[in-house]
Design a protein around this ligand. Structure first.
Ligand code: PMP
Ligand code: GLN
Length: 396
C-alpha cells in the first residue's frame, strides 16, 4: 500500500514531470508522426561494431564487468583522447565507464556538489543537468546563449553575464560543446573565457562532449580540459551513442584527474555499480578501427543538416544554423506562432511531425518561448517527407 501522502515524490524533484523527449516520442507514436523530436538516428552503426557485440555475447561475456569498466575500453578511450587532443589519462585511475553519459553526468554532479552549492550552466540546457542538480540539492545559475546576428544566428554567451553568474557558493560549471540543442561548437577564445572564470573562482568543470565527433564545416571540437590549468579541474564526459549511432547502448565514459574520477566512481558504484560488458569490448574495437565510419557519418549528417535547414526555411521557419550535433533550432515567429510548446504539442496532430520545444530547456522561459528544435539524424526520404508535411501545414 502507498504511504498516506498526497505526493510521494521527494520535494526536490516535484518540479519535474515526464521528459520532453519521452513526451514527444510518445506523441509521435500515438499519431504516426515523423519523429524529429528525440535525437536518435534511424540507421544502424558500423557492422563490425554490431557483430563484435553479438560475438562477445555468444562467447559468454555476460557477467558483471569490473566496476570501473573493461580495461580494454578504458585503454581505448585513453589512447583516443591522447591521440586526438593530446590529453593524457591513466586508464586505471582516470577513466571510468558509465551507463551512458547520463550516468557519468549524474555521478559527477552527485559526487562533487554539496546541498546549497551553485552550478553555472548555459541555457538552453540538456534536461538531465537540471534533474541531477536538483537531486544533489544544488542551485542552477543559468547563463543564456543567444543567437548572434553577426554570426548568422550562431548561439553564444556574453562573457560579462558568465562572470556575473559566478558567486561565492559556485562550485561547478557544466559546459556542453558541441551544444544540444543550439548546435554551437565553442571556439578556443570562448573556452579560454570559461577557463579563466574557472581558474579565478576555483571551479570544477564538467564537460559534456557526447557530440565531439559531429562538427560541421570548419568547426572543430576542442575539449575544455586542453585550456590552461583546466586538465586537473575538469571531469570530461563522452559516450558511444552519438559517435557510432547506437544510442540504445548507453555506454559512456568519464575522464579526469584521479580525485575527481574517484568521486564519480564512489557515487556510481551505488547507482549502477557497473555497465554492460560485451558492448564495452565491441566499442573498444570500434574506437580503434571505425573512425573512418565516424568521419563518413559526420559528412552525411552535415548534408542532412543542409537538407533539413533548406526545407524548414522554405516552410517558413527562421533557421539558426548549427555547427554540430543532430539538431537545428528554429524561430517560429515568421510563421505567426509565438509559443513553441503550444506548436510542438499540436504539430504531431496537425502536421504529422514531432519536434521539441526549446522553452522547456530554459529557466528564463521568455528566452526560449519562440524556439523549436528539429532533429536531422534521419534518412533523407524521412526528412523530405517531414518538410513536405510542414510546408503543407504552413499553407505554402
Ligand atoms: N548529453 C547530451 C547533450 C545529450 O544530447 C545526450 C543525449 N543523447 C546525453 C548527454 C546522454 O547521452 P547517453 O545516451 O550516452 O547517456
Ligand atoms: N539526447 C536526446 C535528445 O536531446 C534524447 C535523449 C533522451 O531522450 N533523454 O533528443
Amino acid at each position: 500500500m502507498l504511504p498516506a501522502v498526497d505526493e510521494p515524490l521527494v520535494a526536490r524533484m516535484r518540479q519535474f514531470g515526464e521528459t520532453i523527449f519521452a513526451e514527444m516520442t510518445r506523441l509521435a507514436a500515438e499519431t504516426g508522426s515523423i519523429n524529429l523530436g528525440q535525437g536518435f538516428p534511424d540507421t544502424d552503426g558500423p557492422r563490425s561494431l554490431l557483430e563484435g557485440a553479438i560475438r562477445r555475447i555468444e562467447q559468454g561475456v555476460n557477467q558483471y564487468p569490473p566496476g570501473p569498466g573493461r580495461v580494454e575500453l578504458r585503454s581505448a578511450v585513453a589512447a583516443d583522447r591522447a591521440q586526438r587532443y593530446g590529453l593524457e589519462y591513466d586508464p586505471e585511475t582516470e577513466v571510468y565507464i558509465t551507463v551512458g553519459a547520463t550516468a557519468g553526468i549524474a555521478a559527477g554532479v552527485l559526487g562533487l556538489i554539496e546541498p546549497g552549492d551553485e552550478v553555472v550552466l548555459f541555457e538552453p540546457m540538456y534536461d538531465s543537468y537540471a534533474g541531477v542538480i536538483a537531486l544533489a540539492g544544488g542551485v542552477r545559475r543559468p547563463v543564456t546563449l543567444r543567437p548572434s546576428a553577426s554570426e548568422g544566428g550562431r548561439f553564444t554567451f556574453d562573457a560579462d553575464e558568465l562572470r556575473a553568474a559566478v558567486g561565492p557558493r559556485t562550485r561547478m560549471i557544466i559546459v556542453n560543446s558541441p551544444h544540444n540543442p543550439t548546435g554551437t561548437v565553442l571556439t578556443s577564445a570562448e573556452l579560454d573565457v570559461i577557463a579563466r572564470v574557472c581558474r579565478e573562482n576555483d571551479l570544477i568543470a564538467l564537460t559534456d562532449e557526447v557530440y565531439e565527433h559531429l562538427t560541421f564545416d570548419d568547426a572543430v571540437h576542442i575539449p575544455l580540459a586542453t585550456r590552461q590549468g583546466m586538465r586537473d579541474r575538469t571531469v570530461a564526459v563522452s559516450s558511444a551513442g552519438k559517435a557510432f549511432s547506437v544510442t540504445a547502448w548507453k555506454t559512456g565514459w568519464v575522464m579526469g584527474p584521479e580525485p575527481l574520477v574517484r568521486a564519480v566512481r564512489t557515487v556510481n558504484q551505488f547507482l549502477t555499480f557497473t555497465a554492460n560488458g560485451a558492448l564495452q569490448l565491441a566499442i573498444a574495437d570500434a574506437i580503434r578501427d571505425e573512425m573512418a565510419w565516424v568521419g563518413a557519418q559526420r559528412d552525411a549528417l552535415q548534408r542532412k543538416r543542409d537538407r533539413l535547414a533548406a526545407g524548414l526555411r522554405e516552410a517558413g521557419f527562421e533557421v539558426l544554423r548549427p555547427q554540430g550535433t543532430y539538431f537545428v533550432m528554429t524561430d517560429i515567429r515568421p510563421l505567426g506562432f509565438t509559443d513553441g510548446i503550444e506548436l510542438a504539442r499540436a504539430l504531431p496532430r496537425t502536421a504529422g511531425v514531432a519536434a521539441v520545444p526549446a522553452q522547456v530547456l530554459y529557466d528564463n522561459l521568455d528566452e526560449g518561448r519562440h524556439l523549436v528544435r528539429f532533429a536531422f539524424c534521419k534518412r533523407d526520404e524521412v526528412l523530405d517527407e517531414a518538410v513536405t508535411r510542414l510546408t503543407r501545414h504552413a499553407g505554402r
